[in-house]
Design a binder for this molecule. Structure first.
Ligand SMILES: [Zn+2]
Length: 471
């Protein structure tokens, strides 16, 4: 039995019992203490032993328990007794440090129950280890404060605040709710908050109040999609109010054609255009609503904030009184948020960002079952692989083994009986490759100790991971 089966050089393996599920491994510390921890004297004498069982990383799909034969000593100089210190053991729990590390990492993407079963501990322990692991990550991870920050809503069991870095398309924080106090507290503790230049948000007053209170220098911007979707909503309201006056058959027809109404005029094909004409000729209010919706989108062709505001006023004047109710929300929103809305025309939020955020909102429901908010937040912020430019685990690469020097016959190329590429390929693998180049002496940024900048969790990667069930 190999003494280093554990790959823990600080322990000597004394014996192994195994069954279908478990390894029970007797070990002792490889280097007993040489001096008294109280007085540093080296005059020690053995004073009994005790056995401690700690859990370790599963091996060969079996749970692993280490039975550590822990020695007790008495110091002849000061008379005190002590147990030898056990290296590589977690200070808080009866497990190795490396197991605690693994539980922490795994708990970000797997259920606590699954890990508990694999390791052979309780779910309660997994939860506690995970919580420590996340606390440690919080202390050691700092996301760059975005110059262009986004504050939006995301539904994770209930509505939460999501803080993003718009230029890098990343998430930097998830807040438990959307209250002003919560956002204020977050912004207040944010290092480098005075460098935030723009904050894009949905039209939610507590966000605006929080930003104005803590980072007044930041310009607030409301992105296009938050505004224009209100025009679609208004038109839907008109369509629904019309239903009352229709026969069941017409009602079904209108339901069927509602997608035509939501489309832009330029995107309609001939059949859809005919459909639309039918509805708008017979029901002028619906026609008006469609026109208003299209013209409202047209405001976003404006060249400048002033131009946009002028276009809006003109648009507002053209709202017929019969359907004014349906469009009242837009008018109110524009009135309450005029500056942030027209700021967009100087500082547009990219479509790429808007699309990825919407994508994330769509897949979020797949997360959430059986996890606390803290666990979900940690999953999203600290998911390995979601940090930009860092693969979670490199692909397993076949190792180049040292081969005997090739004989002279092999130097003349492939033997003639290598008929297909596959065989030629496997032959090629037998031929030793030249020794790898020595590693360059210039250290990478992480090796040199200069921390890499960390922009947060990449939204597109998160979406992919959630869709693939990797989170
Ligand atoms: Zn002593």
């Amino acid at each position: 039995m190999p003494a280093n089966i554990l790959n823990l050089p600080c322990y000597k393996v004394l014996g192994i019992q195994e069954n279908e599920h478990d390894y029970h491994i007797d070990v002792e510390a490889a280097e007993p203490p040489t001096s008294c921890p109280h007085c540093q004297s080296s005059n020690l004498v053995g004073f009994g032993r005790r056995e401690q069982m700690v859990k370790d990383l599963p091996m060969h799909a079996r749970r692993v328990g280490l039975y550590i034969d822990t020695r007790r000593f008495r110091c002849r100089s000061c008379g005190k007794t002590f147990y030898e210190a056990l290296p590589e053991i977690d200070e808080k729990r009866l497990m190795t440090k490396r197991l605690a590390q693994r539980i922490g990492k795994q708990a970000i993407k797997r259920t606590f129950a699954g890990i508990a079963k694999e390791v052979g501990c309780t779910e309660f322990t997994v939860r506690a280890v995970f919580s420590d692991y996340v606390n440690e990550l919080e202390k050691t991870t700092r996301f760059e404060t975005p110059k262009w920050m986004g504050i939006d809503e995301i539904h994770l069991i209930k509505p939460r605040g999501v803080i993003t870095n718009i230029q890098n398309n990343t998430i930097v924080e998830l807040l438990p709710n959307r209250n002003k106090d919560t956002v204020v507290r977050f912004l207040h503790h944010l290092e480098g908050k005075e460098r935030i230049q723009y904050v894009a948000m949905d039209m939610w007053m507590p966000y605006r109040d929080a930003v104005r209170a803590v980072i007044p220098q930041a310009e607030i911007v409301v992105a296009k999609f938050h505004v224009v979707r209100m025009a679609n909503d208004a038109m839907e309201r008109v369509r629904k109010s019309l239903r009352e006056s229709l026969t069941p058959k017409q009602r079904r027809g209108l339901m069927h054609d509602r997608f035509v109404l939501l489309k832009h005029e330029c995107d309609l094909n001939d059949k859809e255009r005919l459909n639309l004409d039918g509805w708008t000729k017979n029901y002028p209010e619906l026609g008006e609503a469609y026109r208003l919706k299209e013209q409202f989108f047209g405001i976003y062709d404006a060249e400048s904030p002033d131009d946009a505001q002028a276009k809006f006023i003109q648009w507002q004047k053209s709202i017929p009184p019969e359907i004014a109710d349906a469009f009242a929300d837009i008018e109110r929103a524009w009135g309450n948020w005029t500056m942030p809305i027209i700021n967009y025309f100087n500082h547009p939020v990219t479509n790429a960002y808007t699309e990825s955020l919407n994508g994330l909102i769509r897949v979020m429901d797949r997360l959430g079952r059986g996890y606390s908010f803290d666990a979900l937040r940690a999953k999203i912020l600290f998911a390995e692989g979601a940090r930009k430019h860092k693969p979670s685990r490199p692909k397993f690469e076949r190792q180049e083994r040292r081969q005997p020097e090739p004989g002279p016959v092999m130097m003349h190329g492939l033997p003639g009986n290598f008929k297909n590429f596959e065989m030629a390929d496997s032959f090629a693998r037998m031929v030793p490759k030249p020794a790898p180049e020595p590693k360059p002496c210039i250290p990478t940024s992480t090796e040199s100790g200069i921390p890499e900048k960390n922009y947060g969790a990449d939204i597109s990667t998160l979406i992919r991971m959630i869709e693939n069930g990797e989170l």
